[in-house]
Structures are given as C-alpha cells and as structure tokens.
Design a protein around this ligand. Structure first.
Ligand SMILES: [Zn+2]
Ligand SMILES: [Zn+2]
Length: 115
C-alpha cells in the first residue's frame, strides 16, 4: 500500500550491516553463486550479479549469513541484459510474494527503461 512509511526508506543510505559487506557476507555470496548460478530469481533471466536476500535485511536484521537465504538477482550495477530490470533494486524490501508474480505478469509497477 502506498504510504507505508517503511517504503520511504529506500534509497536512503543503509547502515553498515554484516549482511551487506565483510568477509562472511562475501563468502556466503560466492557460495550462493556456486549453488544457484547467475539466474535471476526475480525475472528468470541469466546475468544476475547481486545477492538478493529472500527475507530483506530491513525485515530481519538478525538472520544468519547463509547462502541459502539469498538468491542471485540483477541490481543497479548490472541490470538484466534481457529485460533491462534492476530486479534487486526494484524489489526493495517488498516480500517476495508481492514482487514475483508481478515481475512475471505485469510491468505496471515498473516504468523503465522505455523509449
Ligand atoms: Zn532479474
Ligand atoms: Zn530479466
């Protein structure tokens, strides 16, 4: 729903978190790519270069650093070469159930890139 104050925080600098940087995170991230490859779990295309947490860190900051808790996704640094989405960024902290079906069936929520 629009107006949810938690959504306003997207784009604001995220506080340092062991889930976003540091050696344990980097190790888990590499493992994740070994396990799941580079297939984006949000749009279903290859070329994913970021780790998207299944449960957003903002929702559960104390979750374990676990490769199985993340999935490959496209991000701002490497948009999808097929559909052009920045899947991880577009998802923000929305629950997967709110994002996945829409990503596959509708572009209404996502404006660009367009010509
Ligand atoms: Zn994607
Ligand atoms: Zn894609």
């Amino acid at each position: 729903m629009p107006g949810d104050p938690s959504l306003r925080r997207e784009g604001v600098a995220v506080p340092a978190s062991p889930h976003r940087s540091g050696r344990p995170y980097r190790t888990a991230r590499e493992r994740m790519f070994e396990i799941y490859g580079d297939l984006c779990h949000l749009c279903g295309h290859h070329g994913a270069g970021e780790a998207d947490h299944l449960v957003p860190i903002s929702k559960d900051a104390d979750q374990p650093i676990d490769p199985h808790a993340m999935r490959p996704a496209h991000g701002a640094n490497a948009p999808c070469p097929v559909c052009g989405r920045k899947c991880n960024t577009a998802r923000g902290n929305k629950p997967l159930t709110a994002v996945r079906p829409k990503l596959r069936t509708s572009r209404d929520w996502y404006a660009g890139p367009q010509r």
